[in-house]
Write a protein that binds this ligand. Sequence first.
Ligand SMILES: C[S@@+](CC[C@H](N)C(=O)[O-])C[C@H]1O[C@@H](n2cnc3c(N)ncnc32)[C@H](O)[C@@H]1O
Length: 230
Amino acid sequence: MTTERQADATTMFDVVKALTRPLRTDRAVPPAPGTPAEAFEALYARRPDPWGVLSSPLAQYRYLALVEAVADYGPCRSMLDVGCGEGALTRYLVGSADTVVGIDGSSTAISRARTRVPKATFTCRTLETYTARESFDLVLAVEVLYYVSNPQAAIEQLLSLGRSVIVSYTTRERQRLEPHLDAFCRREDRQFHRFFGLRRHGFTIARLGAPARGQGPDARLPIRVTYVSP
Ligand SMILES: C[S@@+](CC[C@H](N)C(=O)[O-])C[C@H]1O[C@@H](n2cnc3c(N)ncnc32)[C@H](O)[C@@H]1O
């Protein structure tokens, strides 16, 4: 009897642990502006999946919400996943575009992403140093903006790489990032998702550019970005 109870308790503990893992690991690697690529490289070299996103149900929920947002833009010819890490989100994007490119500043993450998502192309580059020959139909920067030293310049760089941009960030970072987004993205183009119905935990998907509903892959995706000069 005691053993059964202990087994039950262990199972519950495991479930809670799995559900809260992204929040705990996120605290272990706090978002900090200007975190250099070397810091991420050291993190990935120390252990695979440092944020626990490959096994976390909350991360899968976040990815599904993003894939739904991406569907509004589809079908797309090309997509760029900025800060793709080990390809945890990229693996869901390859079904929605002919060409999917992932970039990240960590070479270890990029080599794991290549193995995980053979259909995508991966390059070890930071957002700040990346240049592309052609404009992408859709650019995504998911859980990345809070590491850049200059969010405004980063958003401008994202917009220079594609016709439409989606960014996503956790609730804790809203206060810091939203003033930067206000210049580029209308408030109604931001979708707030809550974890467990709690206010503190969740994420926002913000669209910098409007989806081309019901249009074919050759249609030009309109951008409705409100740009306010600094
Ligand atoms: C929290 S992880 C998010 C990974 C993935 N986008 C996801 O949502 O699962 C942040 C990733 O952004 C990358 N990163 C941080 N700053 C970057 C920059 N300036 N340019 C490109 N990648 C960057 C890190 O190496 C890391 O892989």
